[in-house]
Design a protein around this ligand. Structure first.
Ligand SMILES: [Zn+2]
Ligand SMILES: [Zn+2]
Length: 131
């Protein structure tokens, strides 16, 4: 049977014909939309006003030690540098965590991104298995 690149059959009800005559798989289209929405949602909380305010307070008021590796954090550095101050959620937002001060800790920017890489590779592995 004629199938799309993801293996969905090109049935008439599964085929979106665009104005230029090319066809698009409705099931794939739905997957893209869902992935886009998910990405969008997980991004939005970081622009939250509460998060911005609490993030500043955590960096200012916490003892200068990284919650992930335990080493000294130089608060004078920019958060964009590897060992500059960054803020991590103890309970990740994806697990129902909030931007409350009690859920935020001071970490190195590099430790935070290392942790995030680990999480995202885990979740992408999970989604490949699902598909
Ligand atoms: Zn498809
Ligand atoms: Zn660290």
């Amino acid at each position: 049977m004629d199938v799309c690149s993801k293996g969905h059959p090109w049935t008439p009800e599964n085929t979106i014909v665009r104005s230029d005559g090319s066809r698009r798989c409705r099931l794939c289209n739905r997957d893209y939309e869902r992935a886009y929405r998910k990405e969008h949602q997980s991004d939005a909380p970081y622009r939250d006003k509460e998060y911005k305010a609490n993030r500043t307070r955590v960096v200012r008021d916490s003892p200068p030690y990284c919650a992930l590796c335990g080493l000294f954090v130089d608060k004078a550095l920019s958060g964009k540098t590897r060992y500059g101050p960054s803020v991590d959620h103890i309970i990740p937002l994806s697990h129902g965590g909030t931007h409350a001060l009690s859920n935020l800790v001071l970490v190195h920017a590099v430790c935070n991104s290392r942790k995030q890489n680990k999480q995202s590779s885990k979740s992408s592995r999970r989604s490949t298995r699902m598909w």
